[in-house]
Design a protein around this ligand. Structure first.
Ligand code: FMN
Length: 183
């Protein structure tokens, strides 16, 4: 038997990502769990950011950001980027992260993250608590560990995901897309 619980956004697991924004001089990194895939062609995603965030100001100003996926080694810095504001501190310096110039946009990527998606904002949706930036992915870069024959191949157990308030390793493969229709 199920019972009613307090209204909540219970979708889980969700991605937990480090979003870098600004430019090579003045930048920020914000941890975001309210992110999602929204279109295939062109590839598009959304991130929902509260208006109070410093990163919100930078994204609104530049219309660009980079979504960096994390592996297990980056859970601590990802959490750290989600509890201090870039208004008071340079998070690249504080967490010993490397600012990496993007190829297609001015916002820097986080070099230590295994995958970085360079994004350009196409639509801004004003919601009650958050602003949802709907963005086109204009370039994707992956580290060697996440590549196989030049193609993206995310290792089993990665990337780290988020369930309620827990960072979790994604589990073992239970099936693959459309496997029930294959002989
Ligand atoms: C796991 C986790 C997930 C978070 N998800 C979001 C989110 O989706 N949207 C948001 O606005 N803030 C989110 N936050 C909070 C921001 O990351 C946090 O307020 C951060 O310090 C803001 O930094 P900034 O002022 O430099 O932008 C999250 C924090 C954590 C730890």
């Amino acid at each position: 038997m199920k019972q009613n619980v307090a209204l909540t956004t219970a979708l889980a697991p969700v991605s937990v990502v480090m979003v870098s924004c600004g430019d090579m001089e003045n930048s920020d990194i914000v941890t975001i769990a309210w992110a999602g895939t929204v279109n295939s062609d062109p590839p598009m995603l959304s991130v929902s950011v509260r208006r109070s965030r410093y990163s919100y100001e930078l994204i609104k100003k530049t219309g660009e950001f980079v979504v960096n996926l994390i592996d297990a080694s980056l859970v601590g810095v990802c959490d750290g980027c989600g509890v201090v504001s870039g208004r008071n501190v340079d998070k690249f310096k504080k967490f010993s992260l490397t600012k990496q110039a993007s190829e297609k946009i001015g916002a820097p990527a986080v070099a230590e993250c295994p995958l970085s998606m360079e994004c350009v904002v196409r639509e801004t949706v004003e919601l009650p608590t958050h602003v949802m930036f709907v963005a086109e992915i204009v370039n994707v870069r992956a580290s060697e560990e996440w590549l196989s024959d030049g193609k993206l191949a995310i290792p089993e157990g990665e990337p780290v995901a988020y369930v309620q308030n827990r960072y979790v390793a994604t589990g073992k493969t239970l099936g693959t897309y459309g496997y029930t229709a294959k002989k």
